[in-house]
Design a protein around this ligand. Structure first.
Ligand SMILES: Nc1ncnc2c1ncn2[C@@H]1O[C@H](COP(=O)(O)OP(=O)(O)OP(=O)(O)O)[C@@H](O)[C@H]1O
Length: 241
């Protein structure tokens, strides 16, 4: 399983209205790219274009893998809404990708991932009886069970308490090492911890920001993580001018 890079170039419209562009975005093969920017600028739309689910979006340009092969079948998307099926329990939702393909997920793998996200005790509970953070961890488990070379994460840790968030960031960094990750987040500290490439998106385009030099995941309280968080927050406040 070799992870390809991702490239997007061009402009996007929905129903005739401009969403973004023209812009150019690159997510290097095997790297973890964090994408930040104001609400409504088009970050989720970019993930949907790479995931092949942007039916309403008219892209004048290209969103594709750098190896020239189709992305279909090589991408796992963790969407902003958890998209858990209410009639399946946590374990069933974690195994949903395989089920939708008419396959059977490896039960040992599902159990191991549920253990890692701290949901073993809730494996047979339905989503309606979970907290927001538990639901988000169930969706993360489903994404990790998918085992794809390209992983698209849309605010994957936004509902988690600070300690659980840090632990899930570490887990995702470990389990997704070597894959190509494109991660939309509003959390500058998260980008400073995880990004091997950090991009800020504005109406004017995509602006790369230097990540800390230490390998990811970086300690949340390391001076260079805190300094990068501050720089990034200032940039976002100033509109990435
Ligand atoms: N189906 C749709 N029809 C019309 N406009 C849409 C549709 N989906 C998204 N948009 C618009 O496209 C723009 C980009 O939306 P998108 O969800 O990609 O933004 P975002 O940067 O991810 O925002 P957020 O940070 O709030 O999640 C927004 O202005 C949104 O209103």
């Amino acid at each position: 399983m070799t992870a390809p890079g991702l490239v997007l170039e061009g402009s996007a419209r929905i129903g005739g209205g401009r969403v973004f562009g023209p812009l150019s975005l690159e997510a290097p093969a095997g790297g973890w790219t964090c994408l930040l920017g104001p609400s409504g600028v088009g970050k989720s739309t970019i993930l949907h274009l790479f995931a092949g689910i942007a039916d309403a979006v008219d892209l004048d340009g290209r969103a594709e893998a750098t190896d020239g092969a189709p992305l279909a079948g090589r991408v796992a998307l963790m969407a902003q809404s958890d998209l858990l099926l209410p009639w399946l329990d946590v374990a069933g939702n974690a195994a949903l990708g395989a089920r939708l393909r008419g396959e059977r997920a490896d039960p040992a793998r599902v159990a191991a991932v549920l253990d890692q996200v701290g949901l073993s005790a809730l494996a047979h509970r339905k989503p309606g009886a979970l907290s927001g953070g538990q639901r988000q961890r169930a969706a993360l488990a489903r994404t990790l069970v998918e085992d794809r070379p390209v992983v698209l994460l849309d605010e994957p840790f936004s509902a988690l308490d600070a300690a659980t968030r840090a632990r899930m960031q570490d887990l995702a960094a470990l389990r997704l090492a070597g894959r190509t990750v494109l991660h939309v987040t509003h959390d500058a500290a998260e980008a400073a911890r995880l990004g091997t490439r950090i991009l800020v998106m504005t109406g004017a385009g995509i602006h790369p920001v230097a990540p800390p030099e230490a390998p990811a995941p970086r300690a949340p309280d390391a001076p260079e993580t805190l300094a990068a968080t501050g720089r990034l927050t200032r940039l976002l406040l100033d509109g990435a001018a």
